[in-house]
Design a protein around this ligand. Structure first.
Ligand code: HEM
Ligand SMILES: *[C@@H]1O[C@H](CO)[C@@H](O)[C@H](O)[C@H]1NC(C)=O
Ligand SMILES: *[C@@H]1O[C@H](CO)[C@@H](O)[C@H](O)[C@H]1NC(C)=O
Ligand SMILES: *[C@@H]1O[C@H](CO)[C@@H](O)[C@H](O)[C@H]1NC(C)=O
Ligand SMILES: *[C@@H]1O[C@H](CO)[C@@H](O)[C@H](O)[C@H]1NC(C)=O
Ligand SMILES: *[C@@H]1O[C@H](CO)[C@@H](O)[C@H](O)[C@H]1NC(C)=O
Length: 319
């Protein structure tokens, strides 16, 4: 039978029409007219950067998280300090820790050359986080666009509004609920620790002093993270079993007491989130669904839109 006489032809046609209108009307198409290559440019650079260094996927994902939790998703984290301005980069959770700024710079300079003054740094961060997860084998979601960039940042907000690796479960629940997240969403978002690395300074106490940790796992970490402070910068993977891939390995590790950070293991330590961790460890698809939805919500935190803020030409400084 010829394709054009296929009895389902009309249904295909209606389906494509539906897809067309869905895409064209959503703000996921925000740059459709003004910078049609924006999304492919970001995706290409993220793919390249992650191929060069797998860790970069996690680094870019974390950059978006640390941006959104402080003053909303407004690229405030990208502003460099100057002689009369202290941004977020030297706050405790960020200093010597957040990375990926050069990748964002490369993307921004490419976008400035093809469509100057159009694509915000905050949107670049949101799309790069999604593309990182996809590149590492995780789920995808449609990023809403149209964020604008801040003209300010908050050093104190970065110090107080981000979760700490020494937090217990109730601290974690509180920190995320202050940003509007449920306990379930907090656990799903924590699954980001299925990729990337952490420094010894953040897990020393856990591997040397804690008891709810697998003893073989603890021993393997001690040699690279000794009890004195010399090894602060040595790295270990957050997910010991599948260090790079975005999967549900993080939750499986927690079931066998192989969470790297104190805060990680808190999610499976006899408290109210044990059953969720078990659920995600058994079902990657459920984790992916919940993670994607929670990321959409996180990417939506107090956005600057309309004429608020600006579109920075250099993500590191205000115009
Ligand atoms: C639940 C509370 C959380 C705490 C206490 C926490 C804490 C940390 C710490 C201490 C590190 C290591 C930093 C370093 O060694 O310099 C880290 C790394 C990381 N975090 Fe979190 N985090 C949390 C939630 C999240 C969320 C919600 C995301 C993203 C959605 C995320 C993504 C990452 C990634 C991907 C890395 C690895 C980064 C890299 O290798 O460059 N974290 N986190
Ligand atoms: C969690 O830690 C906080 C301090 O950060 C403390 O006040 C609280 O009692 C602790 N909660 C539990 C259940 O251990
Ligand atoms: C282990 O705990 C003891 C007692 O709380 C503390 O003095 C010591 O600094 C801890 N060790 C590490 C490596 O954090
Ligand atoms: C861990 O850190 C110490 C102190 O900086 C350093 O001497 C050692 O070589 C590091 N280990 C590895 C495997 O890099
Ligand atoms: C030890 O630390 C180094 C330096 O950060 C890191 O490259 C290496 O992967 C670590 N080794 C282990 C076994 O964690
Ligand atoms: C994001 O914000 C917009 C506008 O406030 C809202 O319509 C939308 O439902 C939000 N999406 C999510 C996932 O929270």
């Amino acid at each position: 039978m010829a394709l054009n006489s296929h009895p389902n032809r009309i249904y295909f046609f209606v389906f494509y029409l539906f897809l067309y209108y869905k895409t064209a009307s959503a703000s996921s198409d925000f740059y459709g007219a003004t910078c049609p290559k924006a999304l492919s440019t970001i995706r290409n650079e993220v793919t390249k950067a992650v191929a060069k260094e797998h860790r970069m996927g996690g680094s870019l994902l974390r950059l978006h998280f640390h941006d959104c939790f402080v003053n909303g998703c407004d690229a405030s984290i990208l502003l460099d300090d100057t002689s009369d301005f202290t941004g977020e980069k030297t706050a405790a959770p960020n200093i010597k820790s957040v990375r990926g700024f050069e990748v964002i710079d490369t993307i921004k300079s490419q976008l400035e050359s093809i469509c100057p003054g159009v694509v915000s740094c905050a949107d670049i961060l949101a799309v790069a986080a999604r593309d990182s997860v996809v590149t590492l084998g995780g789920p995808s979601w449609t990023v809403q666009l149209g964020r604008r960039d801040s003209m300010t940042a908050s050093f104190s907000g970065a110090n107080t509004e981000l979760p700490s690796p020494i937090f217990n479960l109730s601290d974690l629940i509180t920190t995320f609920s202050l940003k509007g997240f449920t306990v379930n969403e907090m656990v799903a978002l924590s699954g980001a620790h299925t990729t990337g690395q952490a420094r010894c300074v953040f897990f020393r106490n856990r591997v040397h002093n804690e008891t709810n940790i697998d003893s073989t796992f603890a021993t393997s970490l001690k040699s690279n993270c000794t009890i004195d402070t010399g090894d602060d910068e040595n790295l270990s993977s957050l997910d010991i079993t599948t260090p790079v891939w975005f999967d549900n390995g993080y939750f499986k590790n927690l079931l066998s007491s192989k969470g790297l950070l104190h805060s990680d293991q808190q999610l499976f330590s006899g408290g109210s989130t044990d059953s969720l961790v078990t659920k995600y460890s058994n079902n990657a698809e459920t984790f992916y669904q919940d993670f994607s939805n929670a990321m959409l919500k996180m990417s939506n935190l107090s956005l600057l839109t309309g004429t608020a803020g600006q579109i920075r030409t250099n993500c590191r400084k205000i115009n």
